[in-house]
Design a protein around this ligand. Sequence first.
Ligand code: MG
Length: 397
Amino acid sequence: MHNLRPDLKRACTMAYTPSLPSFAAIVVAAGKGLRVGGQIPKQFRNWQGKSLIRYSVEALSEAGASPIAIVVADGAQDLASEALVGINGVIFTHGGDTRQQSVLNGLVALEQSKPANVLIHDAARPHLSQDVIARLVSALEEHSGAIPVLPVVDSLAVAGDGDVMAGAAEREALRRVQTPQAFRYMHILAAHHAWSGEKIAGDDAQVLQARGESIALVEGDERLKKFTFAEDFVQTGSAPFRIGQGIDVHRLVDGEELWLCGVQIPHDKGLSGHSDADVALHAITDAVLGAIGDGDIGTHFPPSDSKWAGARSAQFLEHAVKLAHDAGYALGNIDLTLICEAPKIGPHRSAMREAVAAIIGLDEGAISIKATTTERLGFTGRGEGIAAQAIVSLQRL
Ligand code: MG
């Protein structure tokens, strides 16, 4: 390494990646994620094609973490299993009343495998790089703990009563702390056991530091920020609006019920198909899936799967709306056209709008249902089937 320019010396150091000491990991995913909004906790929401938690668990797995204990709230186990399917070495354990108790549960879940080291991470920080993991684990050779930190760049004010500045703080001595935080396993386990009954801990480093142990500060990563608000899920540059369209056709036959937009329509024939053959809801469902670029109704509910035989089509649409929500979009409006000679749609229009509004949770004013004939031309004109076309708009949450 002698006689190298400093920049080349740095490049050589970075290219050398020694194998890391072995370590296990805990990913805390027990939070309710209420600040983000949405129907499911933020750590299980879809973000750019994957569940948020999957990003960091994949990064930990790639770095060699084993086992990886996932701490989940009661009732969220199915969401967690689905989000992490196919990743080896993952085990699940229950969350506690506080974050500190959740971490302790995770540490106890690792007791059988007795790891030398453990990384403890928040599920809502997806951008976990291999470099950060390597810096943390390497620091454990000399310290009981290691945490990723960033400098404070803004100046700091101390707030007094009535929102008046009471003084200033020295930013030079302060650091912003991220996760994962790395520890020698037996040390952090003992510290968490001893902490029981203490005030709520800010993080695991505070629990270990309270026992006077040495915790290294290593370089963090600005991209490792925690997803806190709904805006964090919005992909930079993603469109504020999206449009989708869907088309469907079903055959009219004797002896079947006729369902349109979730409403049963009295008619001498009905639509045949694998589900309830609601051609209108199928077209709307495909339009929603089209707007988020997530396949079509056949991808999500294959006709080859017997569990969808006779299914209510409302559940297909409900699922598509949920997928759109997970992708960060809410429905704006729907414009549906039914194409048939009979039955007459007009007398049922209001009931159909009401039914679609109830399925989607949208105002009836945002749902248009139109009908046309094809002047007795073609299969719709001959009464052999009904066709439906839907266009939907989505707006960013
Ligand atoms: Mg269909």
